[in-house]
Ligand binder design. Structure first.
Ligand SMILES: [Zn+2]
Length: 440
């Protein structure tokens, strides 16, 4: 009798387990992965909109409202505005890099001051919404912050010109909470070339550029290779000790825009254990100007990267608020769940995304990359800070190439080392004609 009872109980138990497994199999949607792992977006330019529209004065900014139809922030009034708390919540965003960006025009002028303003406004925005946002500077805090119902808010500096070629500035940005620096924006720095240089070289990555990479590795600052020339990507990947990130770039072989990552570099990213966070911007996902990009175009990029180097090196870096045209189906920050639903319902010829793969894409890959950068930092903790300064001659050549009067806005001691200007002029490289870079 006991055996029969046990058998009956076991059968019932197995039936219930089977039913619940069956139910969860049947009802699982791609978006449910965003309840299992935080969705971390690598790049949102809302702070730039706060600067342009409000001069960073947050008193009238109602981030808690759906701003889709707002007189200032709505789609009609603001073509680059896609972000507010209700839509971030609908979009299941669990982690966000808010971008501190100063335009290239500020290079050799007030780039540092403008960048500091943007770091400040990000920190003030986070403080203003303590129930929704929390500043996060460590990989281990991303998931706990997200589980407490807040968006893990991280800071990225977009553009190496914001360093003004100073390791001291780099270190202090880290102390302020910055966790990635994009080596260039659309303009070359004196030590690294930007994407408009394409496959060519103006400076490529100079010796001082290598020192910057070394110091970023040493302090745990992630190297962001979005916006750099393809050769700089290759040079950095050859020397970095930590995994790199592309905070907002897509696949070059799908859309031949030099802001995107070519296949040979994707292979290097796999070897480096890094991550490419896919940009949604129309002009980067669909090179055909005659038609609007759609979510399907973005999926082609995600699947291409996955097919080539696997599901461990791809993430999302949509670039909302940095550009004005987003693909049909991904119109604002509320739309990420639709993308995950669609990936899970893979079509013929597409890779199969498991629940675990989608969790990696959402945020686990990025968390792994930041953790690895922290481990490299810890392994280098006995090393001293680098004391190098860039030479006045390098600055002179770079500023001359930009059509500026070298040294006219600088008073630092290194300018005392400048050789006679005639001598240095001869060092000036011939700039190839470079088209005006796209923003974003
Ligand atoms: Zn950008």
């Amino acid at each position: 009798m006991v055996y029969i009872n046990v058998a009956v109980c076991l059968s019932v138990l197995l039936f219930v387990i089977g039913l619940s497994v069956g139910l969860s199999m049947n009802t699982f949607k791609g978006r449910n992965a965003l309840d299992l792992a935080p969705l971390i977006d690598g790049h949102n330019d809302l702070p730039d909109n706060l600067y342009n529209k409000l001069h960073n004065d947050l008193r009238t900014f109602r981030f808690e409202d759906d701003l889709s139809n707002d007189d200032v922030w709505g789609r009609t009034a603001c073509p680059t505005c896609f972000t507010d708390l209700p839509r971030l919540s609908k979009g299941k965003v669990g982690g966000q890099f808010w971008v501190a960006y100063a335009p290239c025009e500020s290079q050799y002028k007030d780039a540092i001051q403008l960048t500091l303003r943007q770091i400040d406004v990000i920190r003030r925005l986070i403080q203003r919404y303590p129930n929704n946002l929390q500043l996060v500077t460590a990989a281990g805090d991303i998931e706990t912050t997200w589980r407490s119902g807040k968006i893990a808010s991280m800071i990225g500096v977009e553009g190496g010109h914001s360093l003004d070629s100073s390791l001291a500035v780099l270190r202090l940005y880290y102390d302020l909470g910055v966790r990635y620096v994009t080596l260039t924006h659309g303009c070359n720095t004196p030590w690294a070339d930007a994407s408009p240089v394409n496959e060519g070289n103006v400076y490529n990555l100079t010796e001082f550029g290598q020192t910057i990479i070394y110091e970023m590795n040493r302090i745990g600052m992630l190297v962001d290779l979005s916006h750099t020339s393809h050769n700089v990507m290759r040079e950095v990947l050859a020397i970095t000790k930590a995994p790199v990130m592309f905070s907002h770039s897509s696949a070059f072989s799908i859309c031949n825009n030099y802001r995107n990552v070519p296949d040979d570099i994707l292979q290097l990213v796999k070897k480096n254990n890094g991550i490419v966070m896919v940009n949604f911007y129309n002009n980067f996902v669909n090179c055909n100007d005659s038609k609007n990009a759609t979510m399907e175009d973005v999926i082609k990029h995600i699947n291409h990267i996955r097919n080539l180097i696997g599901p461990d090196h791809v993430g999302i870096g949509a670039d909302y608020d940095g550009i004005s045209i987003m693909p049909v189906g991904l119109e604002d920050v509320s739309k990420y769940p639709d993308l995950f639903d669609r990936l899970y319902e893979s079509q013929k010829g597409e890779p199969t995304w498991t629940k675990e793969d989608l969790e990696k894409l959402a945020g686990r890959n990025f968390i792994r990359v930041l953790q690895a950068a922290e481990a490299v930092r810890d392994s280098l903790s006995s090393e001293s800070p680098r004391e190098d300064i860039i030479t006045a001659n390098e600055l002179y050549v770079a500023q001359k190439n930009e059509g500026l009067t070298p040294g006219s806005c600088q008073t630092a001691l290194e300018w005392d080392q400048l050789k006679t200007t005639d001598e240095v002029s001869n060092l000036s490289t011939t700039m190839e004609t470079i088209t005006k870079p796209e923003a974003s």
